[in-house]
Each structure stands twice: as structure tokens, then as C-alpha cells.
Design a binder for this molecule. Structure first.
Ligand SMILES: [Fe+2]
Length: 426
């Protein structure tokens, strides 16, 4: 009782401070630990008593089930942060809200769901959003994208990224969800950038998930760096290692085990040792379980290769561990230049039935890309590189079945630039 009174008082204060904000913002569906039956819906509330209703899409609105947040906490992560307004003025963002999450359980696999957010009076404050649960096994597909650096004074960046999602949807109208590999915000500390991003219709159509990029981890001028910016703009499974809960995580999507890492706290040797030990544990336990994954996919923000010249980057750190664990696919972003390999083991290409395929996404914001030079390193293992210079826009379609994973790199016009196959290990 006492706690709810305190919470109500806090919310009143917050509402006054944030009169310009919508009652509920930044709604997103992230996976639960097993995305075939568990999905985490989260949102930022400026009013008390918010909750959601969800239903199987096929059953229509009569079947709405009410769910109270399983998590709610006053979030001050983005308060008093130096930022920019959409008009480019210098501002300080003063925002606090109640971060809410509803961890949905016991969903039906491979099923389309709809959900909406309501306030304490039962008024719908966020109209219908949708997600699809993963199949227990078998075929599925997703869009893989990164580095949109959402920045409200330059709205073209987010538009280019969302148009690129549209290009992938046109190529594959059956995509089930979207995976991003970081740097979705220019400054993760700027709450208004997240709000603008989550308003985009693509976030109402799909389950999204991703990881913390260096830009998501910073504010303007690096006044503050924090992984909490990513954590509190999402609600990913709380199964990360010590210090990384809500940021690093793993989840099952069909036959695939996904592991998401946080490069920003993996720079020092001791941090890297902790991260790699956790990856080892997660993969080993999953493989020893009664439902071992067919594919293991490890994702981080920093690139495997500096693709300007092909020089080894994070590939150098991770490849011995991926070799040891038989990781199937390693995905990254950050470089703004696309690069792919065939399956590699001990630094050499295999027949594809062993080793790890490395892929890094291009940027897609039409503004912050970079050009490349002739390849000077790793000529024998880098299969393909691609960039359009500063104004790069590209993303991938990823199709998965029992035999293989196929990644297809598309440019903004839907032209197929590269196709990568990850064979299921025998
Ligand atoms: Fe980036």
C-alpha cells in the first residue's frame, strides 16, 4: 500500500515534468528466453496503472487477455541529459518515467499475436501492435540491420533505415522479426531519439531485438556512458552474466540459439575473459540440454574486420573461442562496411560443414557510412565487402531452415549484392 502511494506521488511529479510526453512511449516487443512461447512487451509510462491486453490475431478483439506489468520501476536513466531538439537547438532532456514490462508466457509457437497498452481507466493509449512467436523448430526468417544512428535533427537517417526495412520486406514479405546489431540511436542517452524510433510503424509490426552499440551507450559529448540506456529502452531476457543483466542475453528462436554481447564492457582482458567464459557456458549448457540448438549465432556490435582494408578486428579475439565451440554464425555491425566470409576454422575456409561464418552489416542511415580501399589483409578469407561511401544504405534478409541459414545482402533498391550460406553441421 505504502509503496503504491509513493509510486503514485512519483508518477504525478514525473507527469508535471514531462507534460510534453505521450502517456505511454517506446513500446516494443522483445523475445523472452524461448521466443516460441515467451515474449517481453515493454513500454515507458508517464501515468500510473498502465497494463496491456493481448490476443491471438486470428481470434480478434473479443479474445483480449489483460496482463499487468511483471516489472515496473521508476527510471531516471535519461534524466538531465544534454541533447539536441529536432530543430537542432541545444537542450537538456528532463525525463523520468515508469519502465514497465509484461513478460508473456505460455504463448503458442509460430502464431501471430496483437497487443495494445491501456491506462488505469481502461482507455487504449497505444493502439494495436503485433508480433509473431517463433516456431518450435523449422523455417523462419528475419531482417538483419544496424547502425541507423537515429538523430532527430537529421530525420533522414531513421527514414533511410525504415525504408531499408521496407526493402527487405519487399524482397521477403514473410519476415517474422527484426534483429539489429547496435547503434540504432546516435546518442542512447537522448530519450527523445528512442521515442522517435519506436514511433515508426515497423516497430508495431514485429518483434525486435538487438544489442548495445557504442552510440547507444553514450550521450552528447560523452557526458555520460552507460549500458543502462540500452537496457531501459528495451526489456530483453534477464539471463546475462554478472553486471550485464538486461544487456547481454541469450534466447532461443526456433532451432537457433542467439547470444548478444556488449562490446562496451568487453575492452579489458578481464572483461573479455568474463564474456567469453559466459558464452562458453551458455553454448555448452544449451548443447547438453534436452533440446539442443541446431545453430548457434553470436552477435556483437564491433566488426570482425576493419573492412576499409580487411584488417583483422574482433575476429582476432573471438575466432579461437568460436572454433572451440563450433559457433555457426557470428554477426556484427559498427564498421558501416559490409563484409562476409565462408565458414572458417583455424583461419582457413572449410567445406562449410565445420567452422564459423562471419558477417558484418553495412550502415543504413544514408549519412554516416565510409568508403573502402583495396583489400590489403585477409584476402584469403574475406569473401565480399560492400559500401556506398558516406551515403550507404543496406541490410540483410536471413532465412533459416533445417538444412542451412541463407543471408542475402540487399541495397536500398532491393538488388542482391551477396549471398552467404551457413550449412547445418552434420
Ligand atoms: Fe555505427
Amino acid at each position: 500500500m505504502k509503496r503504491s502511494v509513493i509510486l503514485s506521488l512519483l508518477v504525478c511529479t514525473v507527469s508535471v515534468m514531462c507534460a510534453a510526453f505521450d502517456d505511454v512511449e517506446s513500446v516494443v516487443a522483445n523475445p523472452g528466453v524461448d521466443a516460441s512461447t515467451q515474449i517481453n512487451i515493454s513500454w515507458a509510462a508517464h501515468v500510473p496503472g498502465t497494463h496491456i491486453e493481448y490476443a491471438e490475431k486470428a481470434n480478434g478483439q473479443e479474445a483480449w487477455k489483460r496482463v499487468e506489468p511483471t516489472f515496473h520501476r521508476l527510471c531516471t536513466t535519461y534524466d538531465s541529459i544534454r541533447s539536441k531538439s529536432p530543430k537542432g537547438q541545444d537542450i537538456k532532456e528532463g525525463v523520468m518515467f515508469i519502465k514497465c514490462a509484461a513478460e508473456l508466457q505460455s504463448l503458442k509457437p509460430a502464431t501471430d499475436y496483437v497487443y495494445r497498452v491501456l491506462d488505469a481507466t481502461g482507455k487504449v493509449v497505444v493502439p494495436v501492435h503485433a508480433f509473431k512467436t517463433a516456431p518450435a523448430a523449422g523455417e523462419w526468417s528475419c531482417c538483419v540491420i544496424s547502425d541507423f544512428h537515429t538523430y532527430t535533427p537529421a530525420p533522414g537517417r531513421l527514414k533511410a533505415a525504415m525504408d531499408m526495412v521496407g526493402t527487405v520486406e519487399k524482397y521477403n514479405p514473410g519476415i517474422d522479426w527484426v534483429l539489429h546489431l547496435g547503434d540504432v540511436a546516435a546518442w542512447g542517452g537522448s530519450w527523445s531519439f528512442w521515442v522517435e524510433m519506436y514511433k515508426q510503424p515497423a516497430f508495431a509490426r514485429y518483434m525486435w531485438t538487438g544489442l548495445n552499440g557504442n552510440h547507444d551507450n553514450m550521450t552528447r559529448g560523452y557526458d555520460k556512458v552507460s549500458k543502462d540506456f540500452f537496457r531501459d529502452a528495451n526489456y530483453v531476457p534477464r539471463n546475462g552474466y554478472e553486471g550485464q543483466v538486461g544487456v547481454c542475453y541469450h534466447f532461443r528462436y526456433g532451432d537457433a540459439l542467439f547470444i548478444a554481447l556488449n562490446n562496451e564492457e568487453m575492452r579489458k582482458d578481464a572483461e573479455f575473459a568474463q564474456a567469453s567464459q559466459w558464452v562458453r557456458k551458455v553454448v555448452t549448457e544449451a548443447r547438453a540440454s534436452s533440446n539442443p540448438p541446431r545453430y548457434v549465432i553470436v552477435c556483437e556490435h564491433y566488426q570482425w574486420f576493419n573492412a576499409v582494408t580487411g584488417k583483422t578486428s574482433q575476429y582476432g579475439r573471438w575466432s579461437p573461442i568460436f572454433d572451440e565451440l563450433g559457433v555457426d554464425l557470428a554477426l556484427s555491425g559498427n564498421n558501416h562496411i559490409y563484409a562476409s566470409t565462408n565458414a572458417l576454422l583455424a583461419g582457413k575456409e572449410t567445406d562449410g560443414y565445420s567452422g564459423t561464418v562471419y558477417v558484418q552489416t553495412p550502415s543504413c542511415d544514408n549519412e554516416r557510412g565510409q568508403g573502402m580501399e583495396d583489400i590489403a589483409y585477409n584476402k584469403d578469407i574475406i569473401k565480399y565487402r560492400w559500401t556506398e561511401g558516406d551515403r550507404t544504405v543496406g541490410a540483410m534478409d536471413m532465412k533459416v531452415d533445417d538444412k542451412h541459414i541463407v543471408l542475402t545482402l540487399l541495397d536500398r533498391n532491393g538488388n542482391i549484392l551477396d549471398t552467404v550460406e551457413v550449412k547445418a553441421k552434420r
